[in-house]
Design a binder for this molecule. Structure first.
Ligand code: FE2
Length: 360
């Protein structure tokens, strides 16, 4: 039973969830004869398990659930929920697709599963958002195009009228992209996704980031920024955080998550990239409230947002495992790859990154 009261009434008829899951599973190429594992914890929505079972059944796939005894919250990513219980990792590795109803990111077991070719689909958003954000036609192509451009770039520069001017070198870490469904061997995706990112080469992030009112701190909080935060970044790390309330919130979170006084990992510039999903809306928090499950995907994937972050980089192959993880989708930024503008003040310049929104 869910104990958190909904801020807004759920709009989608719960009985339509199975149909929605079937559409998502079809996008994921779930086929007759395949094995699907649903990974849950005690906080998982039971109606999601039921919908997944029914959808897999419709498609002729075999499906079962593994419920683990750990609840990794969004602010405690990296909890190794799988791998402690004998046999669970083996079982998941043998599945064709893992449907994960909690956050498996930044864990060693996830990497093992993906390396073995199992597709991984994370579902952590609310029912209305699953319907609204389901990948529209053309999203995968646009994401692949953006992925290709980011993968070729050796330098990324981010500018804004508010005073952001950050330059990073790229190429040391892979580009990662999500288009909302897990249809390729070893691919990780997030239902509602539609974004690309990479990690800066170690020690190369330099400049200033000015986070503006209306930008979103989606991790660890879920709020619109109220007053500017000015970040001074040198050689890969934030050296100074200035501003009012929002600067204090950021500073305290990063300070509190130092493993020891000299630990700078939470202050490292982490994944950088942008959203492309036209189904996602910047104003979702104003419209639907600040429950994180309404914003996991939408806040990160609305088109043209530049997603700035700090902290861990193990997902890209790095060594930082800190809990000092801050995710900040920023509006109105200009993004240049090797001096070519791809986003101008929050709007795509490259038409191949623009996807039409579907009315739902
Ligand atoms: Fe992040």
């Amino acid at each position: 039973m869910r104990t958190v009261a909904a801020v807004r009434a759920q709009e989608i008829n719960p009985a339509r969830l199975t149909g929605l899951y079937r559409r998502e599973f079809e996008l994921c190429q779930v086929k007759s004869g395949e094995t699907v594992v649903v990974l849950t914890d005690l906080a998982a929505r039971r109606e999601y398990v039921e919908a997944a079972f029914a959808a897999a059944d419709d498609l002729g796939a075999d499906i079962y659930e593994i419920c683990v005894n750990a609840i990794p919250s969004w602010t405690k990513v990296g909890v190794p929920t799988v791998g402690k219980c004998k046999g669970t990792l083996d079982a998941i590795r043998q599945a064709d697709i893992l449907v994960c109803l909690h956050i498996p990111l930044f864990t060693a077991w996830l990497k093992e599963v993906m390396n073995g070719g199992t597709r991984v689909l994370m579902i952590i958003d609310a029912p209305d958002d699953l319907e609204q954000l389901l990948a529209p036609k053309g999203l995968k192509e646009a994401v692949k195009h953006a992925h290709g451009r980011l993968a070729q770039a050796r330098e990324m520069r981010i500018l804004s009228d508010a005073g952001t001017d950050l330059t990073v070198k790229c190429g040391e870490y892979p580009v990662m992209s999500q288009w909302g469904y897990a249809d390729e061997p070893g691919h990780f995706d997030h239902w509602g996704g539609g974004h690309v990112h990479t990690f800066p080469n170690e020690g190369t992030a330099n400049g200033t980031v000015v986070v503006q009112p209306g930008d979103i701190v989606v991790l660890p909080y879920c709020r619109y920024v109220q007053d500017p935060i000015r970040l001074e970044i040198r050689d890969g790390f934030i050296r100074k955080i200035e501003g009012g309330l929002d600067a204090k919130l950021m500073n305290d979170w990063l300070e509190d998550n130092r493993a020891h006084p000299g630990d700078m990992d939470g202050h490292a510039v982490s994944h950088l990239g942008w959203g492309l999903n036209p189904q996602a809306r910047w104003y979702n928090i104003a419209l639907n409230g600040d429950a994180p499950e309404r914003s996991h995907a939408s806040a990160r994937t609305f088109p043209g947002n530049f997603l700035f972050s700090t902290g861990p980089n193990t997902q890209g192959g790095g060594k930082r495992r800190t809990k000092g993880h801050y995710d900040v989708p920023m509006r109105d930024c200009t993004v240049l790859l090797d001096n070519a503008t791809v986003i101008e003040r929050g709007k795509f310049v490259d038409p191949a990154m623009i996807v039409q929104r579907e009315t739902r």
